[in-house]
Design a protein around this ligand. Structure first.
Ligand code: MG
Length: 158
């Protein structure tokens, strides 16, 4: 049975934090603020995968009130979710995601992100789509106050 899930996330850009997107550190003078590494792309993908298997969201599984997840790499969340999928016998058909950021340029980093995500989920890179766009200078993303991400996942359940 094919199932799909959707995910969305947003984090604020601040000084004094590393910018981690799709498990990759990207050189930038600002980083995303959050309890974990605030990897907005992975958080959107995580919610899409959890939604596809009818599970509760990322905040339920990895609450920001739990010191265990403080500054943790969000790749750890993906690893945990992969185990949840495996327990249900679920196979990932594909994931598609869009990052919305005014700066920095995302496109040069997409191959490295796909590789990191594919390794964490143990799927081939061709099952992961990542696209990037700007918000045409409009709204909070356009003012470079934050970065947002959307993701969908298609999963085959037995
Ligand atoms: Mg988040």
């Amino acid at each position: 049975m094919n199932r799909v899930g959707i995910g969305y996330d947003v984090h604020r850009l601040v000084e004094g934090r590393k910018l981690i997107l799709g498990g990759v550190e990207i050189p930038h003078h600002l980083g995303l603020d959050g309890h974990s590494d605030a990897d907005v792309l992975i958080h959107a993908i995580a919610d899409a995968l959890l939604g596809a298997i009818g599970s509760s969201d990322i905040g339920h599984h990895f609450p920001n009130s739990d010191p265990k997840w403080k500054n943790v790499s969000s790749l750890v969340f993906l690893h945990e979710i992969r185990v949840m999928l495996q327990k249900k016998g679920a196979m990932i058909n594909n994931i598609d995601a869009t990052l919305i950021a005014e700066a920095p340029k995302i496109v040069p980093h997409i191959p490295a992100m796909k590789k990191a995500l594919a390794e964490a989920l143990i799927v081939t890179m061709d099952r992961i789509g990542i696209k990037a766009t700007t918000n045409e200078t409009m709204g909070f993303v356009g003012r470079k106050e934050g970065i947002s991400a959307f993701a969908v996942a298609s999963v085959e359940l037995p």
